[in-house]
Design a protein around this ligand. Structure first.
Ligand code: ZN
Length: 95
């Protein structure tokens, strides 16, 4: 059997749990380092969605343009957007 514990984590026992966890601050990486992307998917349809996707876009204008073009050619009006942005964990003090 393999050891299920994380070899990199300190294994101190406490009254409330087996381990002490390091506190992390998770922050959004500034736009200059990693542009958030947004993807639109057409969910128009009875029974099953159209499923057409825009691919990753970087501005609301690009998103609107893709939806407008798709709507113009298909008449589809229902979409979902997925926003993807980079996060960074900043190790904090041990608690
Ligand atoms: Zn569609």
């Amino acid at each position: 059997m393999s050891d299920p514990t994380n070899a990199g984590a300190p294994a101190r026992r406490t009254a409330r749990g087996r381990f002490r966890f390091r506190e992390y601050h998770v922050t959004t990486v500034p736009d200059t380092l990693a542009l958030p992307t947004v993807t639109a998917e057409c969910v128009t349809g009875e029974g099953h969605n159209c499923g057409a996707t825009s691919g990753p876009l970087h501005t609301p204008d690009e998103l609107t343009r893709w939806i407008a073009e798709h709507c113009a050619t298909t008449g589809h009006q229902d979409y979902e957007q997925t926003v993807r942005s980079a996060l960074r964990a900043e190790p904090g003090a041990w608690q």
